[in-house]
Design a protein around this ligand. Structure first.
Ligand SMILES: *Cc1c(COP(=O)(O)O)cnc(C)c1O
Length: 566
């Protein structure tokens, strides 16, 4: 195939991820992990760093979110047609899953850089007539189904992914597992690098584990033990049969349960967490492993809104390829043009809210933004923990709030939170305008992070491994007001780039809620109203001191030099 020939002539990094946000109209992602994977591939494209991404085609998408009159999340399928965006590959491989042969083919999606460069992504697809009807759906639903469905997907991603790359003629010099979902690729590599029985002395492992470890790197994203994918060995044996003897699996993935994070840790020479604090947590969770920190970043060209991008083009040429240059934002951007660009972005947000039938927002009012997956640990309700106090703050210094986010269809608490936010918004109507925008996705995200004045994040520590939406805000010169977790522990310079909720250690007596209220009431909102020039200075520092660092070009240059070349 001609299009493929462009890519297989040079050695590449194989980047495996269960979800990748390739572009706004391909719904193969659910949240931050997929956005990060997309930004990884986008930066590799701009930097012309040879890579091939591997993921599932997820034909049924994640889901489209509608909110009914009572604040309930209604989920609609978000089907997409791969043929409209990608080219079918004529290779096909087989995997034995639960005693049946499952055939896997793939689609070639070509990511085009905005200036130069292009990179291939292989979208694995089990929807073939030769497969059992149940198996045809194995690559349909992103994070759908039960444990068995999920493990089958992970078999397809890891084992199927490697087999298909091989069949297509790719030469891979490094496998990068983005989160534990793809760890089963290690098992396929073990099979590939095993000694024949005649070469072995009794008791010796038939697998060349050091060789596999040299080929693999692993990025963990989960800061709590319970968040890691785990399966019973019965299930593993039922699905995989004797691909690798269970005794060997137990040594690599844990005695009691088959833990994909453990498997990835044991089969990777290079391991990293996604922020410094997250690497620390991971070292505690998994003692004995050398876990480094490569803090995440966001792709500059993708996440700067058009108004801000135009401003950067004018005053910081070259920012897209070398975002370090954004350090100049502090001195080089004229105030009046910054104000105009931000007002332009804000206007787009207000229009979007209006288009969605939301209440009228006022362009002059300070606007707080909160948008991400709706789930308990993100605490979208922390801002509303003391309604009376919040009313008092708003009487002195009026503000408005825009929120968005999807709850996973099986996350009941997440869905309840959405409902509660709608009740609170109803209750506060006429006093504090609180808008919930439905169907949060890449497009809404760009409008939101650039159109608000303050980006809020209030996760329960240490659950936010990194977080990236705050980086998108900083890139758009929007300061953060956030809990010191993940990237913000590194990005926050109090009063300069934004403000901290809570403290670095856990010693403070003050709760996160009262810290949030105190900062809003005494520092952030008064500054907005009383000292516009100091406010502009915080905005500029968000770009110069945060966006110059927390971008995916810096992240990829680090992966390239520290993880891929070794
Ligand atoms: C950036 C982004 C996220 C990640 O948000 P966090 O606050 O880092 O969790 C989730 N969803 C979408 C659509 C995004 O663009």
């Amino acid at each position: 195939m001609k299009a493929l020939a462009d890519f297989i002539h040079e050695r590449r990094v194989g980047y495996f991820s269960m979800e990748i946000a390739l572009r706004p109209d391909i719904p193969t992602y659910s949240g931050g992990l997929g956005i990060l994977a997309g930004d990884t591939l986008r930066s590799a494209t701009d930097l012309e760093l040879p890579m091939v991404a591997v993921t599932l085609v997820s034909r049924a998408g994640y889901f489209r979110q509608e909110i009914d009159g009572a604040g309930n999340q209604v989920e609609h399928q978000d089907k997409w047609e791969p043929a409209n965006h990608a080219q079918p590959l004529d290779a096909k491989i087989a995997i034995e899953i639960a005693g049946r042969t499952v055939w896997i083919t793939g689609w070639l999606y070509i990511m085009q850089g905005h200036m130069n460069g292009k990179q291939p992504a292989i979208l694995l697809d089990a929807c073939l007539p030769e497969n059992h009807p149940d198996d045809q759906e194995l690559t349909h639903f992103l994070y759908g189904g039960d444990a068995q469905y999920r493990l089958k997907q992970e078999i397809i991603l890891g084992i199927g992914g490697i087999r298909l790359l091989h069949a297509l003629g790719f030469e891979i010099h490094k496998y990068h597992m983005n989160e534990g979902h793809s760890a089963l690729l290690g098992l396929e590599l073990l099979k590939r690098f095993s000694y024949g029985s005649e070469e072995l002395r009794p008791g010796e492992s038939p697998y060349d584990i050091p060789r596999v470890r040299e080929l693999c790197c692993f990025t963990t994203h989960t800061p709590v033990e319970a968040g890691h994918d785990r399966f019973s060995y019965d299930l593993v044996h039922n699905l995989l049969g004797d691909l690798i003897p269970v005794a060997v699996l137990k040594r690599l993935a844990g005695d009691e349960v088959f833990n994909l994070t453990r498997l990835a840790l044991n089969l990777s020479e290079y391991i990293n967490g996604v922020a410094k604090s997250h690497a620390d947590i991971s070292r505690h969770l998994f003692p004995g492993y050398k876990v480094r920190a490569v803090t995440n970043g966001v792709h500059p060209h993708t996440w700067a809104c058009p108004e801000i991008a135009a401003l950067f083009d004018r005053y910081i040429p070259g920012w897209c390829h070398e975002p370090e240059q954004l350090i100049r934002a502090e001195c080089c951007i004229p105030d009046d043009e910054l104000i105009a660009a931000h007002q332009g972005a804000k206007k787009k947000l207000l229009e979007l809210v209006k288009k969605n039938g939301g209440p009228a927002l006022l362009p002059e009012l300070p606007t707080l933004g909160f948008a991400r997956r709706m789930t308990a640990y993100k605490r979208p309700d922390l801002l509303f923990s003391d309604i009376e106090h919040l009313r008092k703050i708003a009487e002195k210094t009026p503000f408005q709030v825009v929120m968005a986010g999807k709850a996973h269809p099986r996350d009941e608490r997440g869905k309840t939170l959405i409902k509660e936010l709608h009740q609170i918004a109803g209750m506060l109507a006429g006093e504090i305008t609180v808008v919930f925008l439905p169907d949060y996705d890449m497009e809404t995200a760009q409008i939101l992070v650039s159109g608000v004045d303050i980006w809020l994040n209030t996760p329960l520590r240490p659950m936010e491994a990194s977080g990236t939406s705050g980086m998108k805000a900083a890139l758009n010169l929007v300061p953060n007001l956030s809990v010191l977790d993940g990237w913000w522990s590194e990005g926050c310079i109090e009063g300069i780039t934004g403000w901290a909720v809570g403290s670095h250690d856990f010693s403070s007596e003050e709760s996160d809620a009262s810290s949030l209220y105190r900062k809003l009431e005494n520092i952030v909102l008064p500054l907005f109203y009383n000292d516009p020039s100091a406010w502009l200075s915080v905005m500029k520092n968000a770009a110069s001191k945060n966006a110059s660092i927390f971008n995916s070009h810096r992240m990829m240059r680090r992966y390239a030099t520290e993880a891929y070349i070794s």
